[in-house]
Design a protein. Structure first.
Lengths: 424, 359
């Protein structure tokens, strides 16, 4: 329950009301004072003072001075009149309530208006600031453009001058040349005239023909001088050929196109693989020297495969693998043997192992990979696992799309699959 | 932009002209304000256009159409009075034209089996001494040197050994032509090979490989004892070789710089200052560089053999003019700072580089 403050003093002039409200022991801030044009409230918990004013006041201009223990209100009346009392006397509860709410609403509206006005002014300020900066930047840019333009114009003028000079010098040269030629003609004419005069009349008839050769001579005179100049140049070089060769490249693609990193890795792997020797010396002491060489064993295996002796080939490859289990070709060839021997599961195993070793995929090991895929595909098909087989064939085709046999076989498998699905 | 930035040389675009054909090469006509544009029209014929720079515009003086598209041209091997243009075209033909009577070439030979990618001339224009010669490099892997006075056969032929797979030759340049006998030809190939052929001894003097295809090579001066060679390549790198000291095994010292991500199509040295050169790039940009010599140009290595020391390269300015590669660049030999560049967006631009005196 708030404590109502009732001790207040007031006095009035026709234009204003002066109200002093004592408040002891509490600190009052502007937040505690609420005033609209007909309602005044001071609420400092637990104290409360409210007054419904006799007549409307101008609440924007009215002030409240908060001093030590007292608030001094200066309320400017809207209408110049003398009030009978500070508050409306016949105020029943409902009216009070209504007035209070009204007051609050009014205050709200006012606050809203104020914020909106503030916003508007803020926007305007911002806009102004932006325009100002834009202007500054424009000015700067223009200054630089002007400098550039000036340079350009200066250079253009210089260019024009230079061009005119060129034209003039060319003209001069041409005129000079003509003059020289003219002079030469004159000179020769003079000489011929003298000769003719000496020779007498009979040469008149031939004079015309003579004049022509002089002109020709004149022409050849200038040609002659040019020939002299040419003589000063050395004769054309005697023809010769220089043979060249180009820097070899392991992979003939441009640097940016080559997958150098992968290719280097592949080469490294190959080199390493050749070097590994998993020698199990105790068992292999009986073997001859050459039989310990995986490459030799591989060749042996190939030869036996060619003659049809598949079991022996498999033995050879097995031994080779024991010596060096990193050579993909061994697995590849053994897979072929197993295929022929119809050890299909083993064939699949070996082709898979070979494919594993044939990473990273580079153009170098294309052929090997194609073979591995084809062999594994064949094994799958013979086991009637047609879908896996088709997958491998398609992989092989992707590497080498130009191989017709692979294409045909892939087609056959597809038909088979479609046939079986239709049946079932 | 700081004022220090404005003190550097600026590249100002003076004139821009749109053309209706693909432009492969553009060259200034010496001793004049005229420039020549060489290219290929849409219907597959060659186009030669002569423009003059007048006021702030390029005025078309004449247009000549030829059977095959023209890839490259040079004035390097003609005298100043004649100013004949030597061109290489897509069919492997080398022709020399008199621009005042361009119907019939002054000299013509089917020099190569495939397109002539690059051409250079030496001995003309009052620069250097010795016979005028033209060198052409072609996609058939051969580099041939021609003398306009000798018909049909080249005076020097650098070709692959029989059976060797060939690599395209992308660029050629003359150098070291400081007296009547000495001359070298430098050729760059698409696998990154750079080969230096000595024409006096008719032998291969030096070769190296810079890993990426060589788009353009140029000596800083053709008519002096060879001083510097700049070679540009794909993937934005270029190398500057110091050619004064050749080490028996290590060859020439070099410094390399990666300018940008795209191919550097051309390098051209400023005729008036051989330490400044401009590179043009695949992203339509131009970079202006200055080479600084080291304190000592050569030093002795552990065995006492002389080896060169490469200096350093600094970027003076760069500017982006186009979105398409700038494939050709030429400085005017008469006006310092004036240059023309042609790009694959079918525009030819005349540029002025300012403040080169203060560099």
């Amino acid at each position: 329950m708030p404590v109502w403050l009732r001790e207040f003093r007031w006095r009035q002039t026709p234009a204003a009301v002066y109200l002093s409200l004592p408040l002891h022991g509490v600190r009052v801030t502007s937040a505690n004072i609420f005033c609209t044009d007909q309602y005044l409230k001071v609420s400092v918990p637990p104290f409360l003072f409210e007054a419904i004013l006799y007549a409307p006041i101008d609440d924007t201009n009215s002030t409240a001075k908060i001093g030590n223990g007292i608030i001094f209100f200066t309320l400017y009346k809207k209408e110049v009149a003398m009030w009978d009392s500070l508050t409306l006397s016949n105020a029943n509860k409902e009216k009070l309530q209504y007035l209070r709410e009204n007051a609050v609403l009014k205050a709200h509206e006012k606050a809203k208006e104020e914020t909106e006005a503030k916003k508007v002014t803020k926007q305007e300020h911002k806009k102004y600031a932006l325009e100002a900066t834009m202007k500054l930047e424009e000015a700067e840019r223009k200054r630089i453009e002007d400098l550039k333009e000036k340079e350009r114009q200066k250079v253009t003028e210089e260019l024009e001058l230079w061009r005119k000079e060129q034209k003039d010098t060319e003209k001069q040269k041409r005129v000079q040349k003509e003059e020289e030629l003219h002079q030469e003609v004159e000179q020769l004419k003079e000489k011929k005239k003298e000769k003719m005069n000496k020779a007498g009349i009979p040469n008149e008839g031939t004079s015309k023909t003579r004049l022509k050769p002089t002109k020709g001579c004149c022409g050849s005179y200038s040609m002659f001088s040019e020939n002299l100049k040419e003589e000063q140049l050395p004769a054309p070089r005697s023809a010769a050929t220089i043979k060249i060769d180009f820097t070899p490249r392991v992979f003939p693609t441009a640097l940016r196109e080559s997958r150098v990193a992968e290719e280097e890795e592949w080469l490294r792997k190959q080199a390493e693989a050749r070097r590994t020797i998993n020698a199990d010396l105790s068992e292999l002491e009986d073997l001859k020297e050459e039989e310990k060489n995986p490459d030799w064993l591989k060749d042996k295996g190939n030869k036996m495969f060619a003659t049809g002796n598949y079991l022996a080939a498999v033995n050879a490859y097995n031994l080779a693998v024991r010596l060096n289990n990193k050579l993909p070709l061994l697995y590849l060839n053994r897979a072929a043997c197993h295929l022929k021997l119809r050890n299909l599961h083993k064939a699949i195993e070996d082709s898979s192992k070979a494919l594993e070793l044939l990473t990273p995929p580079v153009p170098d090991n294309e052929n090997a990979r194609v073979k591995a895929y084809v062999r594994r595909g064949t094994a799958f098909c013979q086991l009637e696992l047609y879908t896996e087989g088709l997958q491998d064939y398609e992989a092989a085709l992707k590497i080498n799309p130009k191989n017709k046999t692979i294409e045909k076989d892939a087609e056959k498998i597809r038909h088979l699959i479609q046939g079986t699905t239709q049946d079932s | 932009m700081s004022s220090a930035g404005l003190e550097r040389p600026q590249v100002v675009a003076h004139v821009q002209q749109a053309l209706n054909y693909t432009l492969f090469d553009c060259k200034w006509v010496p001793r004049s304000a005229r420039l020549l544009c060489l290219g290929s029209a849409a219907r597959g014929t060659g186009v030669l256009q002569l423009h003059e720079l007048r006021g702030g515009r390029l005025v078309l003086l004449s247009e000549i159409e030829k059977a095959k598209p023209i890839k490259c041209g040079t004035f390097g091997a003609t005298s100043l009075q004649q100013r004949y243009l030597a061109t290489g075209d897509f069919g492997g033909n080398l022709n020399i034209w008199n621009l005042e009577a361009p119907e019939i070439p002054v000299y013509s030979v089917k020099g190569h089996k495939e397109i002539i990618n690059s051409i250079d001339g030496v001995g003309g224009l009052g620069i250097g001494e010795g016979a005028p010669e033209i060198v052409t490099g072609s996609r058939d892997g051969t580099v041939k040197v021609w003398d306009p006075r000798q018909k049909d056969t080249p005076v020097a032929n650098m070709e692959p050994i029989q059976g060797e797979s060939k690599r395209d030759c992308w660029t050629v340049a003359f150098g070291n032509a400081y007296n009547q006998e000495e001359r070298v030809v430098c050729a760059g190939y698409d696998n990154g090979d750079i080969k230096l052929f000595d024409l006096k001894t008719m032998s291969l003097r030096w070769e190296t490989n810079i890993k990426n295809g060589v788009c353009s090579v140029e000596f800083d001066r053709k008519d002096v004892n060879m001083n510097k060679l700049v070679a540009t390549s794909l993937e934005g790198k270029f190398h500057v070789f110091d050619m004064r000291t050749q080490h028996p095994t290590k060859g020439f010292a070099s410094v390399s710089e990666k300018a940008q991500k795209s191919t550097i199509w051309q390098v051209r040295h400023l005729p008036q200052n051989r330490d400044i050169f401009m590179t043009s790039g695949g992203a339509g940009s131009l970079h202006l560089w200055k080479y600084e010599y080291p304190a000592q140009r050569s030093k002795k290595d552990s065995e006492g053999a002389e080896m060169g020391v490469a200096g350093s390269v600094s970027l003076l300015q760069n500017v982006t003019l186009s979105t398409q590669p700038i494939s050709s660049l030429d400085w005017s030999p008469d006006k310092k700072g004036l240059c023309v560049c042609g790009a694959f967006d079918q525009t030819v631009r005349v540029l002025i580089v300012t403040k080169l005196n203060k560099v």
